[in-house]
Design a binder for this molecule. Sequence first.
Ligand code: NAD
Length: 279
Amino acid sequence: MSVVGVVGAGVMGTGVAQNLAQTGHRVILVDVDQATVDRALWQMERDARLSRMLSGSAVEFDASVVAGQVGLKGLAEADVVVENITENWDLKRALYAELDEACAPEAIFVANTSAIPITRIAAATRRPEQVIGVHFMNPVPMKPAVELIPGVHTSPETVTRTTALLEAMGKKVIPVRDSCGFVSNRVLMLTVNEAAYLVYEGVADAETVDEVFRSCFGHPMGPLETADLIGVDTILHSVVVLYEHYADSKYRPCPLLREMTDAGLHGRKTGRGFYTYAD
Ligand code: NAD
């Protein structure tokens, strides 16, 4: 059974760990505090049970294959580490330097980022040929495809090993060139940011913006429901990464996203964002 380290036990790390556990991998799940790790373990069991009920699927979730912990100890066992920490370059850069020390020399680092270029992340390690981007979609266990992003120095062997892992997780792999925001978030983040501006300027409220996208375009979710699902803070961080990288005012972050982030209105994960959630 291969061992995969999953660092960051928030929205994405929880989904990645659950998906790995359900597809025959042993997982070491890491965050900075025990309460977050415990919540992630609880959420995985709940989500796996819910999805079994809703889909009638026979996929079991065996909690014993996931070891939750604070700190990087034990990651030397991992063949692959999937990094899912906060979308903040300073935090990621510091973590990759630590991972380089803590992990086996042959381990691959998979960066799950919304926008940060993979080549920049790889440069924070001494193993750039073993660093690759995988842009997982949320919620991870339910989404069928990922963007796969090799950096400038990523080796063909790293691409092959990562593709095999993703296929074992049940994912269709869509390779794209390394570029800040990749394909998905160059478009999605602009859309969500502009949708936030419509609310900020009083052109329409969140319900109306989303209703236009659902009823007129047939989208299953509007952009502001999507913002709440992703995390309003993660949207802000990603738009800031795009704005700084391209030095292009079209990515100027909407002040409403900043205010909501400061106020803890991060969407589903905090119970309130553009909408309010009972759970
Ligand atoms: P999140 O805020 O829900 O979780 C991030 C977690 O990382 C937090 O629990 C935090 O405590 C932890 N963390 C921060 N620094 C850490 C460190 N040094 N070591 C261990 N844990 C640390 O964020 P998220 O939505 O899970 O996003 C994680 C990454 O995935 C980001 O880079 C984001 O851009 C990317 N991403 C997010 C989505 C989405 O829909 N939310 C989709 C694709 C990619």
